[in-house]
Design a protein around this ligand. Sequence first.
Ligand SMILES: Cc1cc2nc3c(=O)[nH]c(=O)nc-3n(C[C@H](O)[C@H](O)[C@H](O)COP(=O)(O)OP(=O)(O)OC[C@H]3O[C@@H](n4cnc5c(N)ncnc54)[C@H](O)[C@@H]3O)c2cc1C
Length: 595
Amino acid sequence: MTDELKTAQQWLSSFEQALGGDDDAAVTDLFGPECYWRDLVTLTWNLHTAESVDEITAMLDGTAKGLRPRNIRATEAADADGVIEAWFEFDNDAFNGKGLVRLRDGKAWTLLTTSQELVDFPENRGTRRPLGAEHGNPNQDKNWLDHQKERQARLGYEDQPYVVIVGGGQGGIGLGARLKQLGVPTLIIDKHPRPGDQWRNRYHSLCLHDPVWYDHLPYLPFPANWPVFTPKDKIGDWLESYTKIMELDYWSNTECVSADYDESTQKWTVKVMRDGSPVTLEPSQLVLATGMSGVPNMPTVPGMETFKGEIQHSSQHPGGDAYAGKKAVVVGSNNSAHDICADLWRAGADVTMLQRSSTHIVRSQSLMTEVLGPLYSEEALANGIDHDKADLIFASIPYKVLPGVQKQAFDVIRENDKEFYDGLEKAGFMLDFGDDDSGLFLKYLRRGSGYYIDIGASDLVAKGEIKLVAPANVDHIDETGVVLDDGRHLDADLIVFATGYGSMNGWAAKLISQEVADKVGKCWGLGSDTTKDPGPWRGELRNMWKPTKQDNLWFHGGNLHQSRHYSRYLSIQLKARMEGLDTPVYAIPETVHLS
Ligand SMILES: Cc1cc2nc3c(=O)[nH]c(=O)nc-3n(C[C@H](O)[C@H](O)[C@H](O)COP(=O)(O)OP(=O)(O)OC[C@H]3O[C@@H](n4cnc5c(N)ncnc54)[C@H](O)[C@@H]3O)c2cc1C
């Protein structure tokens, strides 16, 4: 046994003993002066990070003793620059869990505890997998397909699903797969004609921005020869095939029109239009997986109605091909603006980007090498870190600590890619690395915007192929184009507002009511008091994958990594409720921001 493992075992054994005793000071004595305990559902039935000895004391005080980790087994430990990182498994009254603790000078600095499965309701996998066949049953006249067809014909009509997921993009599909494995009757509905259309309908040249190691769906990883950056139609087909292989109950061409919650029956009435016909669903739980980006932000600009050309929000842009030889003005300078400008340029349009405020840019290659590489890459795999392990390592870094860690990586990128950034600044592009220089991922977590992962458009900006006006403020629009506040007139046949999206609770306003949207408040963001992420500090993303102020309403979404990882915790929370387990939730924060 290594020294690190011995040290880890000693700490974990003292921890377990203290947790089992009556004096919580004995627990907190094991933590250092700077300390964090991030709990993903095992102790709190919530996603919660306690960020000091006092907060840990409060968390222990406010949660059931039976949910404290016990039977803790250290599985692996290593020294990383003087910090011992130790993996462990544990259980409690409700869960089998996994954890990761970092010890500095013998005391805990960061601790992660995660629920992996419910003790009484584990997934039927491995030795518990279903038999499938019914050997020796002479009365068997129905096969798998017959049963499946019958179930699908009844679901939503004679049989009500326990969960309805509105939105069958990558998020809804991944969550649906987990719920299926847990035996939770679930119906996924989506407006599109086919699963995967969310990707197919995007612009012609699009490939995923994130590399394959980061993108696996639950249960069914991509094969080892899958391309690093999946082309959009290929990911569309993968999602569609996945839906079939995982036997998900998925209604395409189905739009959710409204949803109402009845406090007395604790059920939702969800009105949908399926292939043009109304159907009423009555699930107990409603998950909005309608896209983390929320409802499009379309500004109202004086004179818009007089414009003779076409005006679109970026979400409505069909791709550049229809605009060859036309003049296009794209308002905005984040991801969508760059992608749309590049595609319009490729199609032969004359494109101008209007940059209103500074933008963070990182080259895709640099992101892969410096930021994602240690956890999600072939190198990581060779070091024994698959995506499940990587997800836990990533989750084990508390959001408070993350900016410092990320800043180091982005400082390196800034230095290595100096020439690239100089070229952009020379072209007049206004750059930033986030309010505290912590780079892309923090911008994504805090505000979900303000950046571009460069896959080629920046070079076009630097070379002047995509024309740039920066800073640029639109004053009004006239019949022939855009007028800036400095009086400049930009002729245009097409104006695209790449002006982002609102918070996900905008979907709740649209589908349920403004009252419910205001009750749950803003989704996403950490409360970091940085641009577009107003305080107070939350320590976790607002409202995502965890109980909200509205009973039985949940929000799910994010990139493929987040959807994969956090769908585990959301599915477990839903299963527990279906089974009628006691689920006392610790610390749902008060709503402060409404959007
Ligand atoms: C150019 C570009 C590149 C990107 N690259 C990546 C990448 O590499 N990796 C990554 O993870 N993400 C990437 N993203 C972001 C990606 O689009 C989102 O992460 C992803 O779409 C989120 O998935 P989702 O399932 O939460 O939402 P969506 O994919 O937006 O799905 C939401 C679904 O909800 C449905 N819906 C909405 N309202 C209703 C209703 N009332 N009734 C029925 N259905 C409804 C919609 O039809 C839609 O299908 C990229 C985005 C862009 C624009």
